[in-house]
Design a protein around this ligand. Structure first.
Ligand code: OGA
Ligand code: ZN
Length: 375
């Protein structure tokens, strides 16, 4: 149980020295806003009942006392009384804890081409499907490395959608709930040819982009057609290490992306590298096929292109890429805001047939947390 060694307060702030000597300084307005009493929070679902504008602008701490495992704060001028559980206050104190963030590079394990040896993060699909607990390491791999390979997925159409059912929800798009990846005549997208595709993230012309992509191999009897993965957060880190100004240019300036065919005109404007308030990478967005006209003021344009080329060169470095041939029955599931994918060209002879689908990261992270809580 968390205990308090000493506390003091004035109208604006409550200062606590905890038993382990760590210190909290909690402002009156924050305490009132985070009141956990039934008048402030719904007892059943924990949702906040008050709005910030309901709190008096001159809110102040009038009295503070301790009772067992709680600290009681009485506010002025409205006489409101809040009891805070000490464990809760310690865990939620903004002096002692960092804001929750499991999307940024700070919470990831960055990798390059040799990081895994022959052992890519992998999971057997039959267990994944039948036993919720066995999904845990696979979903953790997606969180930490940005991808996982599932094997023994039946070579039947529609399996990508069943896989998504096990951890989240299908993100349907203009390509359908699922899409066929195979060579076709006069396709709307170069993915549906036997050409090689450079490292890219899918659907950068959507806002938000689908956070998860799946590709399931049903047939593969062509020469070539290897799959390539690469850690976009590692590429962004290398760009920052090698030339901080290039990193700044790509994270501060936005680029237009577009996809256009007979039935859709999709556009989004976003930076190649998105950072959070701490300057940490949270998303990459790169796809040479669907970058629209780049428009920047002339002076910025001069500086932007070397940065853009530098990042694209990093994305072509062999030593960052994991290369493997997806076999029938294998499915790759990856974070489409982080891990770039590519494929080498393949022969006209033979058949290569993948089915793809999208989902969102929030559903996957939610399933992961529920599984962890149930451990
Ligand atoms: C795609 C794609 C890769 C492949 O469909 O988005 O990149 O291996 N396909 O065919
Ligand atoms: Zn793709």
């Amino acid at each position: 149980m968390t205990r308090i060694k000493a506390f003091s307060f004035d109208a604006g702030e409550l200062a606590i020295t905890w038993e382990n000597a760590s210190q909290s300084r909690l402002q009156a307005i924050w305490l009132r806003d985070h009141c956990q009493m039934p008048s402030s929070r719904n007892r059943n679902n924990g949702q906040r009942l008050l709005n910030i504008t309901d709190i008096p602008t001159d809110i102040a701490i009038g009295e503070v006392s301790l009772a067992d495992d709680r600290i009681i704060v009485e506010f002025e001028p409205d006489g409101h009384r809040s009891e805070f559980d000490l464990d809760w206050l310690y865990r939620n104190c903004y002096c002692l804890n960092r804001p929750y963030d499991d999307r940024s590079e700070a919470g990831k394990i960055l990798w390059h081409g040799l990081s895994f040896g022959q052992a890519l993060p992998r999971c057997a699909y039959p267990q994944f499907r039948e036993q919720p607990r066995s999904r845990l390491p696979a979903l953790q791999a997606v969180r930490d490395y940005g991808f996982v390979l599932l094997d023994s997925v039946p070579c039947e159409p529609g399996q990508v959608l069943r896989v998504i059912d096990a951890f989240g929800y299908v993100r349907e798009t203009n390509y359908g709930a699922l899409f066929e990846v195979r060579a076709s005549v006069d396709p709307s997208n170069l993915a549906f040819t036997n050409l090689g595709l450079g490292c890219h993230l899918d659907n950068p012309y959507r806002d938000p982009v689908p956070g998860i992509q799946l590709l399931h191999c049903l047939e593969s009897s062509t020469e070539g057609g290897e799959s390539i993965l690469q850690d976009g957060f590692m590429a962004a880190k290398l760009l920052r290490d090698e030339n901080p100004e290039h990193f700044e240019l790509l994270s501060r300036n936005r680029v237009n992306f577009r996809f256009h065919d007979d039935s859709a005109d999709l556009r989004a404007r976003a930076p190649f590298i998105e950072v959070n308030d701490l300057g940490q990478v949270v998303k990459v967005r790169f796809n040479n096929r669907s970058i629209d006209t780049i428009m920047l003021p002339p002076d910025l344009m001069r500086r932007f292109y070397p940065a853009y080329r530098h990042f694209a060169e990093i994305l072509e470095r062999d030593d960052l890429q994991v290369v493997f041939k997806l076999q029938p029955g294998e499915l790759i599931l990856f974070d489409n805001t982080r891990v770039l994918h590519a494929r080498s060209a393949y022969s006209a002879a033979g058949t290569r047939h993948l089915q793809g689908a999208y989902s969102d990261l929030d559903g996957l992270y939610s399933s992961l947390r529920m599984l962890q809580a149930g451990q």
